[in-house]
Design a protein around this ligand. Structure first.
Ligand code: ATP
Ligand code: MG
Length: 562
C-alpha cells in the first residue's frame, strides 16, 4: 500500500495546526488506520460560538482525513439536562453543515460503565466511601498539602461490591455513599486523589427514566465512552489537561477495546460576550435576553436568527485556528467573516431606517415610474427588479444637514445628489415643525438624469438611497450592538452588571421598498449603505434584524467633518 492510499492528503485549504499534524503522523506511521473523532456536548443548554470551534475541529478533521466523527451527548447530569437541548444541538450541528457517522449518548453505556466499575472494585481499584461531601473536600488536601486517606479506603472488596450493588438498587439516599477510584491521596495532581466515579442521585433522566439511582461522573464516563466508540483522538479544551492522567488511568485499569489519546486545545474566548452555557442560561432565565436565540446571544441559534450563515461561522473557525495558547478574539474577526460572505450573495435592496419626507416639486403629481435596479451590481446573474419612483419619497434623516460642512456630499440647500437608480435632485428648501425639527425637504429633479447619470457629464459626489412614500412598506428594524460593555464580562463575579443597556435599538417606523413584502427568512439582504439584514423568524409583524453593519465610509467622513 502506498503512503497515499493509507493517508488521504488533507484538503490543502484547511489550515494546518498542531492537532492536524499529530493526526497526520498517526495515520502515516500506521498507529491508526482511520481517524475517529467525536463532538461531546452536554445537553444542558444551547450551543454557542465556542462549541462551533470544537465542532469545526472535530468534524473538520474527520472530513479532511476521510475519517469519522460521532455526535455524543454527554448526559450524566440528569437534573440539568433536557430533550429540548438535545434536539436544539442536533439542529445546530446540522445547520453548520456537518454529518455525524454515529449519534450516541453516554447513557447508552450506563450498563457497561457500571460493569467496568464492578471490575475496578474487584481489582481493589475502587471503593465505596461514606464521607460526606464536606469531609471529602476537607480530606482532599490542597495544592501544597497532600490529602488524607478516608477511613473507608481499606474496606474489603466484598463489602465494596455489596454496597455498590445496593447503591445501584436504590437502597440509599442521595449523598450517603460515593464510589471512588483508589489512586493516590498524596498525588501532586488533585484530580488523582481518589476521584469520585459514581454518586447517588435519585433523579429522572431524560432517556433512562428512573432506571438508575446512581450516575457516573464526567471524568469516568468520558474516557470509557470514547474507548467504546473507538475514538482515536479525543479533542478537548485546555481545562482538561490536568484530568488527562485520570483519563489514562481509567483506560489503563479497565479492559476497554482501545485507549484513545486525549489532546487539549485552547477554548475560544470572544471579547464583549460570554461562552459558557451556565452563564448564558442565566441571561435567559433572568430575562436579560429574549431566549437562547436572541440575536444578541453568541449561541448558534442566536447568530442564525441574527442572519449569520454557517459558511461565515465555519470561515471564522478556520481563521482563528487551533492552538494551545489561551487568547481573546476580537468581535471584528467574526464580523469580517459574515461581511465577506454576505457581500458575495446578499440581495441589494433599499430601506430607509429613519425616514425624512422629500417632495420633488417639479415631478408630475400622479406619475409613478418603474425604475430598473440591480439585485447585486457585481453579480449580474442575481438579476434585476424594478423600484417605484414618485413625487414624494423618503430618504434617511442623516442624509440631510441644515448646516453642512464643505465635504458633506449629501443633501443641504443648494446641493445636488444622485438618488440611487433614479435621478439627480437638488434641495431647494425645507420645512420645520414647531419644535424646529426638519420634517420635510423640498427638492427639484433633473429629468435628463434618469437612471442616475447626466448627459452633460455633470458629476455629483453623493448617491443616496430612498423609497417612494406611496409604495413603501412599513417595517420594524432591530439594530444590535455588543451584549456587554466589558471585553471580558465573565471575569466579574456579577457579570450581568456589564450588560450593555444599548445592545438593542428597535426602530418602529422604517420604510422599505415594496419587494421586501415577500422577504424570506432564507434570504440575506443588504440594505444599501445601511448594513446586512435578515427577516426575523419570530415576529408577527414584518421585522428585520441587522446582522452586521457595512464598513461605514459615511461615518468616517462625518467624523472628519466634525
Ligand atoms: P460550557 O461551559 O459552555 O457549558 P462545556 O465545555 O461545559 O462548555 P460541553 O457541552 O461540555 O460544554 O462542550 C462540548 C465540547 O465543546 C467539549 O469538547 C468542549 O471542550 C467544547 N467547548 C466548549 N466550549 C468551548 C469553547 N469556548 N471553545 C472551544 N471548545 C469548546
Ligand atoms: Mg461541560
Amino acid at each position: 500500500m502506498s503512503d497515499n492510499d493509507k493517508t488521504p492528503a488533507p484538503d490543502l485549504k484547511a489550515p494546518v495546526n498542531f492537532i492536524r499534524s499529530i493526526i497526520r503522523d498517526d495515520l502515516d506511521s500506521g498507529k491508526h488506520s482511520t481517524l475517529q473523532t467525536r463532538f461531546p456536548p452536554e445537553p444542558n443548554g444551547h450551543l454557542h460560538i465556542g462549541h462551533a470551534k470544537s465542532i469545526c475541529l472535530n468534524f473538520g478533521v474527520a472530513e479532511d482525513f476521510k475519517g469519522k466523527c460521532n455526535l455524543r451527548f454527554d448526559d450524566t447530569n440528569p437534573e440539568k439536562e433536557d430533550i429540548e437541548y438535545v434536539n436544539a444541538i442536533i439542529d445546530d450541528v446540522k445547520w453548520l453543515g456537518f454529518e455525524w457517522s454515529g449519534l450516541y449518548h453516554s447513557s447508552d453505556y450506563f450498563q457497561q460503565l457500571y460493569d467496568y466499575a464492578v471490575e475496578l472494585i474487584k481489582q481493589g481499584k475502587a471503593y465505596v466511601d461514606s464521607l460526606s461531601a464536606e469531609e471529602i473536600r476537607e480530606y482532599r488536601g490542597t495544592l501544597t498539602e497532600p490529602g488524607r486517606e478516608s477511613p473507608d479506603r481499606n474496606r474489603s472488596i466484598e463489602d465494596n461490591l455489596d454496597l455498590f450493588a445496593r447503591m445501584r438498587a436504590g437502597e440509599f439516599e442521595d449523598g450517603k455513599y460515593l464510589l471512588r477510584a483508589r489512586i493516590d491521596m498524596a498525588s501532586p495532581n488533585i484530580n488523582m486523589r481518589d476521584p469520585a466515579l459514581y454518586r447517588i442521585k435519585k433523579a429522572h433522566h431524560q432517556r433512562t427514566g428512573d432506571e438508575w439511582p446512581i450516575y457516573p461522573m464526567y471524568d469516568y464516563t468520558h474516557c470509557i465512552s470514547d474507548a467504546i466508540e473507538g475514538i482515536t483522538h479525543s479533542l478537548c479544551t485546555l481545562e482538561f489537561e490536568d484530568h488527562r492522567p485520570l483519563y489514562d488511568w481509567v483506560l489503563d485499569e479497565v479492559k476497554t477495546p482501545c485507549h484513545p489519546q486525549q489532546i487539549e486545545f485552547a477554548r475560544l474566548q470572544l471579547k464583549y460576550t460570554i461562552t459558557s452555557k451556565r452563564k448564558l442560561n442565566l441571561l435567559v432565565v433572568d430575562k436579560h435576553v429574549d431566549g437562547w436565540d436572541d440575536p444578541r446571544m453568541p449561541t448558534i441559534s442566536g447568530l442564525r436568527r441574527r442572519g449569520y450563515t454557517s459558511v461565515a461561522i465555519r470561515d471564522f473557525c478556520d481563521r482563528i485556528g487551533v492552538t494551545k495558547k489561551d487568547s481573546f478574539i476580537e468581535m471584528a474577526v467574526l464580523e469580517n467573516s459574515i461581511r465577506e460572505d454576505l457581500n458575495h450573495h446578499a440581495t441589494r435592496v433599499m430601506g430607509v431606517l429613519n425616514p425624512l419626507k422629500v417632495t420633488i416639486k417639479n415631478y408630475p403629481d400622479d406619475l409613478t415610474e418603474e425604475l430598473l435596479a440591480h439585485n447585486h451590481p457585481q453579480q449580474p446573474e442575481m438579476g434585476t427588479r424594478t423600484v417605484n419612483f414618485s413625487k414624494v419619497i423618503y430618504i434617511e434623516r442623516n442624509d440631510f444637514l441644515e448646516d453642512a460642512p464643505r465635504k458633506f456630499f449629501r443633501l443641504s440647500v443648494g446641493r445636488e445628489v444622485r438618488l440611487r437608480y433614479a435621478y439627480y435632485v437638488t434641495c431647494t428648501d425645507f420645512v420645520k415643525d414647531e419644535n424646529g425639527e426638519v420634517i420635510e425637504l423640498i427638492c427639484e429633479y433633473d429629468p435628463a438624469t434618469k437612471g442616475g447619470s447626466s448627459p452633460d457629464g455633470r458629476k455629483v459626489k453623493g448617491t443616496i438611497h430612498w423609497v417612494s412614500a406611496e409604495h413603501a412598506i412599513d417595517a420594524t428594524v432591530n439594530l444590535y450592538d455588543r451584549l456587554f460593555t466589558h471585553p471580558n464580562p465573565a471575569a466579574s463575579e456579577n457579570f450581568t452588571e456589564h450588560l450593555n443597556p444599548e445592545s438593542l435599538t428597535v426602530l418602529k417606523n422604517c420604510k422599505l421598498e415594496a419587494s421586501l413584502a415577500d422577504a424570506s427568512e432564507e434570504i440575506h439582504y443588504q440594505f444599501e449603505r445601511t448594513g446586512y439584514f435578515v427577516k426575523d423568524n419570530k415576529s408577527d409583524d414584518l421585522t428585520f434584524n441587522r446582522t452586521v453593519t457595512l464598513r461605514d465610509a459615511w461615518a468616517k467622513i462625518d467624523k472628519q467633518n466634525q
